[in-house]
Design a protein around this ligand. Structure first.
Ligand code: 0GY
Length: 312
């Protein structure tokens, strides 16, 4: 793949470019596997980044995303609106329309969104909205506005994706549990993997999932959560080991409510940029049987995003 640029915008200093030469995974994905968390950025020259953004990424086009999908062995993508595009979903919708039905999307909308705009997004393949509570990424949106949006999208059969830090779950609990739709948690609620897996913080997250059957989870982003980091330069492909117990716990406890994605092109990473082939090789460490892999990669994401195709 060619080198990333930012379409005339100045990329945030220290922000690493995505990896242009991902390896071929050793783990063979099952047929009809879905990369259920990834993004498109711009290209900035065609789809400008939002004025309110907290970072400027390097461009990551739909063509580059679809090439990665094919290289890794996925069949489909779920493209999630990232904060650098704010509530301007044009790049997302354009990618969905170019995907031949192989991509669905999660948008960001504001209170002023019209019914016809929602209908248009639905026709393009949008199936959810994202509420982001990570303070370094977004300005605060009042909860009543978010609840109003959730009420508007529920009749379309859409769900709500939530992104938050583990320490903020107690404060957000009442809001999350009031949501009237399926709720999908990004990156396992960002556990601090230096803390014990049976400590109060991760236990609260497991309780959140246990007590609310409408809550799903993305067992994603070991590269973001890991303190151990990528594998040493010894050719070993078992990276991000400190995240394995957390992700495995989620996959084994809630096998019918977990999905997985690459998070390509990995916004905001400053220490290292993952090789997406290696990220795919992380999967059998967290979903250790064929049955769990089939649910995580095929059955669950297809049930959520392509139900009319009979799930898988
Ligand atoms: C991710 C993670 C991050 C960024 C965003 O929308 C975004 O800008 O989600 C992050 O910085 O942790 O899922 O892409």
């Amino acid at each position: 793949m060619s080198k990333p640029t930012s379409g005339g915008f100045e990329k945030t200093p220290g922000w690493l470019d995505w990896y242009t030469g991902p390896s071929k995974p050793q783990f063979q994905l099952p047929p009809n596997a879905v990369d259920a968390h990834c993004h498109v950025f711009g290209p900035g020259a065609e789809f400008p980044y939002a004025p309110e953004r907290k970072y400027t990424p390097c461009d990551a086009s739909k063509q580059q995303l679809f090439a990665l999908r094919d290289h890794l062995g996925f069949t489909k993508n779920v493209i999630v609106q990232a904060t650098c595009h704010g509530a301007d979903n044009r790049a997302l919708v354009d990618a969905l329309k170019s995907s031949n039905g192989k991509a669905k999307g999660v948008a960001t909308v504001k209170r002023g969104v019209t019914d016809s705009e929602l209908q248009e997004m639905h026709a393009a393949g949008v199936r959810g909205v994202r509420f982001n509570f990570v303070k370094r990424l977004v300005d605060f949106t009042p909860k009543d506005e978010l609840l109003e949006i959730a009420g508007r999208i529920a009749p379309l059969g859409w769900h709500v994706v939530i992104y938050f830090e583990a320490v903020d779950l107690p404060e957000l609990w009442d809001f999350f549990t009031a949501l009237p739709t399926t709720v999908v948690v990004d990156h396992m609620g960002r556990p601090d993997v230096s803390k014990p897996i049976d400590g109060p913080e991760f236990e609260l997250f497991l309780k959140f999932m246990r007590e609310h059957e409408n809550v799903w989870c993305k067992a994603t982003c070991p590269e973001r959560l890991s303190l151990a980091g990528p594998p040493a330069l010894n050719g070993e492909r078992n990276a991000y080991r400190d995240v394995v117990p957390f992700a495995r716990k989620v996959v084994e406890s809630f096998p019918d409510r977990v999905i997985w994605g690459t998070d390509w092109p990995h916004p905001n990473l400053k220490n290292h940029m993952p090789d997406d082939g290696l990220l795919v090789d992380f999967i059998p460490h967290i979903a250790t049987t064929r049955e769990l892999q089939q649910k995580l990669l095929v059955d669950n994401p297809n049930r959520l995003y392509w139900p009319q195709e009979g799930g898988a």
